[in-house]
Ligand binder design. Sequence first.
Ligand SMILES: [Zn+2]
Length: 212
Amino acid sequence: MACSGALLAGEQHICINCLITLPKTHFHVDDDNPVARSFWGRAPVKSAAAYYYFKKGTGVQNLLHSLKYKGQKDLGVALGHAYGAELKQSANFSSVNVIIPVPLHKNKLRKRGYNQSEYFAVGLAQSMGAVLDTASLIKSVHTQSQTKKSRIERVKNVEDVFTITNAQQLAGKHVLLVDDVITTGATIEACALKLAEVDAITISVVSIAYAS
Ligand SMILES: [Zn+2]
């Protein structure tokens, strides 16, 4: 699904050559990385990382496209399994006990059929031994497509559109907020600001890819 080549016996979703050559960031072992830095002064994020660098025309773009638009949910789970195994070994992420995918509004969910980030979160939860929670944070306001707006407008647009339905469930927990791609981080920022209202919560962030 990264290179469109045929899979050999024992390979699933991604061929061994792509597994070796796709551009991993290794941000999870470095506190001072571009994703983490992008949240400094914006939201109370403890640790942040992304599995791969996103570049147009590469295998990483093909993977994200397959997961988001072609119904390849198993691919998302597999990526979550693989990255979760690495995160579990990292001091920054080993204490995570709840995984929350960035929620879609129910209208958007109905239209698209599934939340692509949720399948990545399923794999992460399984390999990290954490609880998947898709109910405690919901997107309560339907926002317009944000692609043509500036970053500031985007932040205004997503502020206060998320709601916490069950603060008790999250109190005292280390929550890992999960998205497919981090670009400006505006959506994650809004989610993190909302989650920060919960007592004694710790918030970290990962995505499949980081687009600088
Ligand atoms: Zn390949």
